[in-house]
Ligand binder design. Structure first.
Ligand code: BT5
Length: 310
């Protein structure tokens, strides 16, 4: 949202204030103030004109200015009703020099999971990709994925959903017929040997979506607890993510608190073969420790399956 528009919004949110007063305060013309008010109305803000004053009556459920308004994290939002993949758009923006930009969409027509798997992303979800430029070596980037999982699971729990994390990047909900996936995370990056250039962290949350529109293994916030206010939910995810990235020590601690994987028997398909055993811990930057019975194996990447206890 442009600086003046943000200032106009903040002014009318505080109290009933005239266009002339806002114009004077922001050192712009009254016509400019009116233009911003009209643009905000088009985004769904209900702004009443009373006399020559403006009053903010309500904020839309979703969208660019809606999510930026009241957001306590330094992100600029780029919103699309429909887009191929927010990760693709965020990568493009990263290439153009963007930083702390969040590409957000109501629907994706070409959502991607890891290893180019398909990601179902119908209207009603929270599909976002953040362009970050953390000062860390590329080897530490998995921490960003863990932070995103923690931020998402925490925000989901705040809505009343019993969400936990499966290593490394799935947010799941335990149900009667097994664990169902509520959210997934796809981190992509570009960097040199010792320095990350950019990280795009893509977060997909099945928010206000009917379960029938999703794979059988998936669930949604709607299915678990009913519809959520996506604006506030998105703000909470981004605020938690921002807090965690500023405190790397907290990431693993919080991850352990939310983990469904630790203490479980797991089967992990890694690029070097299958590892089976008990998941005993996670260590920086996101390595899973598996006790196979004969040794402790450190797993850096792979697909993890929770097995039934034997
Ligand atoms: C992931 O991959 O879990 C990462 C998903 C990341 C999606 C976000 S949305 C915003 C951003 N833009 C993108 O284009 N992507 C990111 P993976 O662990 O590979 O899991 C993919 C598997 O999950 C699929 O093979 C399906 O089995 C299942 N799946 C597909 N859509 C799903 C959904 N909406 N909810 C739950 N599971 C789903």
């Amino acid at each position: 949202m442009n600086e003046t528009r943000r200032a106009v919004l903040e002014a009318i949110a505080d109290y009933d204030v005239s266009g002339a007063e806002i114009a004077e305060r922001l050192d712009v013309t009254r016509a400019a103030v009116w233009k911003h008010v009209e643009a905000l109305r088009e985004e769904g803000f209900v702004i009443e004109s009373e006399g020559d004053g403006y009053v903010l009556e309500s904020v839309p459920e979703f969208g660019e200015s809606a999510v930026e308004y009241g957001l306590e994290a330094p992100f600029e939002i780029e919103y699309h009703d429909s887009i191929g993949s927010t990760n693709d758009r965020a990568r493009e923006a990263a290439g153009e020099g963007a930083e702390n930009r969040v590409v957000l969409a109501d629907e994706q027509t070409g959502g991607r999971g890891r290893l180019d798997r398909e990601w179902a992303a119908p209207s009603g979800g929270v599909w976002l990709s953040a362009v970050l430029r953390p000062s860390m070596p590329p080897a530490h980037a998995p921490l960003v994925t863990l932070a995103a999982a923690v931020a998402t699971a925490t925000a989901a729990r705040e809505t009343g959903v019993d969400a936990g994390i499966k290593w490394p990047n799935d947010v799941l909900v335990p149900t009667d017929d097994g664990e169902k996936k509520l959210a997934g995370i796809l981190t992509e990056m570009e960097g040199e040997a010792d320095r990350v250039s950019w990280v795009v962290v893509g977060i997909g949350v099945n928010a206000n979506i009917d379960a029938e529109e999703l794979p059988d293994t998936a669930t949604s916030i709607r299915e678990q607890v009913g519809d959520v206010d996506r604006r506030t939910f998105t703000q909470r995810v981004l605020e938690r993510l921002d807090d965690l990235l500023a405190d790397e020590e907290a990431i693993l601690d919080r991850w352990r608190d939310l983990a469904l994987t630790l203490g479980r028997r797991v089967r992990v398909e890694t690029p070097d073969g299958v590892v089976e055993g008990e998941a005993i811990d996670v260590e920086r930057p996101g390595t899973l420790l598996v006790d196979t019975g004969t040794e402790t194996v450190r797993v850096h990447a792979g697909d993890c399956e929770h097995l039934r206890a034997t």
